[in-house]
Design a protein around this ligand. Structure first.
Ligand SMILES: [Zn+2]
Length: 258
């Protein structure tokens, strides 16, 4: 029998773009047999990592790669400060990979140049590497397989939903998206689908509502269904229905062993 190595998934931030409910912006910390990676890096990520590092045993220098689902501020704007922390706080020397959809390198370089103009030219103590995936495709990024599909969201943000697979796990992150039948296929029989739930009812085409998750719940076959990217109302409604819909509700600092 093959024993699958374990994976630790830590919720760093579970709010929507606006920190509703006083929660932090999108970011997950994932530890598998290859090391540590982040999914997304919202503006609150640096302070949340500091706050959770002792209580959740997070060692910031261990981050090897940051995978980005798309290029909106609430998913990338923590990067400049985190990169500076790795330089000045952690004296990092190992390279760091940022992997994301088409346009990632140009957008992240622009973000860094606009916030700390000297950073990429002379400040960083380590090599910053970039890799990009197409909106639709499958490739290997830091020894993990990433399958991307186009998400139904602002096209200027290169939105993708991604499945990350390694010997340790198969995890699907919806990123920000409207309800998408392709996400059902992508997440079929995976260890977990981490899905956004910005609204209680469908009021915006570019985000998923709890009402849609409830409507299509029976089609989702991942072993765990974890909701995140909450507004206040959608989170309260999800807590109320979590037993009925067999789902789990993310909160800042919550840890799952996959
Ligand atoms: Zn978002």
């Amino acid at each position: 029998m093959i024993i699958q190595p374990s994976t630790r998934l830590v919720t760093i931030g579970s709010s929507d773009a606006f920190n509703h409910g006083g929660r932090a912006n999108s970011c997950f910390w994932v530890e598998d047999h290859l090391g540590v990676y982040l999914i997304d890096c919202g503006p609150t990520t640096p302070i949340s990592l500091q706050n959770l590092s002792v209580s959740r045993g997070l060692s910031i220098p261990k981050i090897d790669v940051i995978y980005l689902t798309h290029l909106h501020g609430d998913h990338i704007a923590g990067l400049p400060v985190l990169l500076l922390e790795l330089t000045f706080g952690q004296q990092r020397e190992r390279p760091l990979l940022i992997a994301g959809p088409t346009g990632t390198e140009e957008r992240i370089r622009a973000l860094c140049d606009c916030t700390y103009p000297s950073m990429l030219k002379e400040l960083l103590s380590f090599q910053l590497l970039f890799k990009e995936w197409p909106l639709q495709g499958t490739g290997t990024y830091a020894q993990r397989t990433v399958q991307s599909i186009p998400a139904l969201h602002d096209p200027h943000a290169s939105p993708t939903s991604i499945k990350i697979s390694s010997q340790s796990h198969s995890l699907v992150f919806s990123g920000d998206t409207g309800w998408n039948e392709k996400l059902v296929e992508l997440s079929a029989d995976t260890d977990a689908l981490i899905i956004e739930c910005s609204f209680q009812d469908h009021i915006f085409d570019g985000h998923i509502s709890l009402a849609e998750i409830e409507k299509y719940r029976s089609t989702l076959t991942s072993k765990r269904l974890i909701l995140t990217h909450f507004g206040e109302r959608s989170r309260a409604a999800a807590v109320e229905k979590q037993a009925l819909l067999k789902l789990e509700v993310a909160d800042d600092g919550v840890v799952w062993n996959i």
